[in-house]
Design a protein around this ligand. Structure first.
Ligand code: COA
Length: 225
């Protein structure tokens, strides 16, 4: 895979049906997790997205989808075992996104567009001073969208570094993304390394962002049917 490219796969989870041979691609651990979902629709979306992840990554790795093995990195970030291929999954509503890159870690986040009534309160707890200023300065009807753009960019960083919930979101700034640019910051515990994050254009219904270690390069979208 070209190291200058990040591939983003759009996985449509609306109205999915699954054949038994597809479900058989999942590991025991994935099946156990699938069984824990209380609602059938959530279970189906989980299974369909994980089947898609396996089928997509299998093509890059030139392996059988059912034979792919995943391990958990720090804070539970799933990684493909015995491969330098990097990936990250996000799902929201009826859409999942899978980012794939060679070498450097990637992180992706996705949120379905919705009204967030307490956006400013959450921002003050989780976002940097500059991010709060930008959201607070916007007219009230626009704050929810700006909040979700900022949230997905921050999650894109936390999912790139793999820090997840332990990543102290207030301690770094992605406000450049709110101006349509790329944000960049130091990798946790490694001042010689950087992360970069960029917002994604996903149409009117979703907000998303993708991050990567080093630089992002070109982003290419693909659809998984
Ligand atoms: C997994 C996590 C990193 C993101 O969860 P989320 O936004 O609810 O869900 P997403 O759909 O974006 O991502 C889920 C996928 O991320 C992957 N993932 C799990 N742990 C991860 C980690 N530490 N780093 C990166 N990716 C991770 C998994 O593939 C997971 O998919 P699965 O549950 O189907 O296996 C979450 O545990 C977390 O820590 N969120 C941070 C919350 C927060 O404080 N955000 C502040 C933003 S200001």
């Amino acid at each position: 895979m070209n190291v200058a490219v990040v591939d983003i796969w759009k996985i449509d989870l609306s109205g999915v049906t699954l054949a038994e041979d597809q479900v058989n691609l999942l590991s025991n651990a994935e099946r156990t997790r699938a069984e824990r979902f209380r609602f059938d629709a959530e279970r189906l979306r989980y299974i369909a997205s994980h089947v898609a992840v396996r089928c997509i990554l299998a093509k890059y790795a030139d392996r059988n989808a059912g034979c792919l093995q995943f391990r958990e990195g720090a804070n539970g970030k799933p990684e493909l075992a015995e491969s330098s291929l990097q990936h990250n999954l996000a799902h929201s509503g009826d859409l999942a996104l899978l980012a794939v890159s060679a070498g450097e870690p990637v992180g992706i986040d996705l949120e379905k567009r919705r009204w967030v009534p307490d956006a400013m309160d959450i921002a003050e707890r989780m976002f940097s001073h500059r991010e709060c200023q930008i959201i607070g300065a916007a007219a009230k009807p626009h704050r929810s969208d700006l909040f979700l753009r900022c949230w997905t960019a921050k999650e894109g960083v936390l999912k790139t570094t793999g820090k997840g919930l332990s990543g102290a979101p207030k301690s770094f700034d992605v406000s450049a993304v709110l101006h349509g640019g790329e944000a960049l910051g130091p990798w946790p515990d490694d001042p010689d390394r950087v992360w970069v994050v960029r917002g994604l254009d996903l149409g009117a219904d979703y907000f998303g962002a993708v991050g990567r270690g080093g630089n992002l390069g070109r982003i290419e979208f693909h659809s998984w049917e």
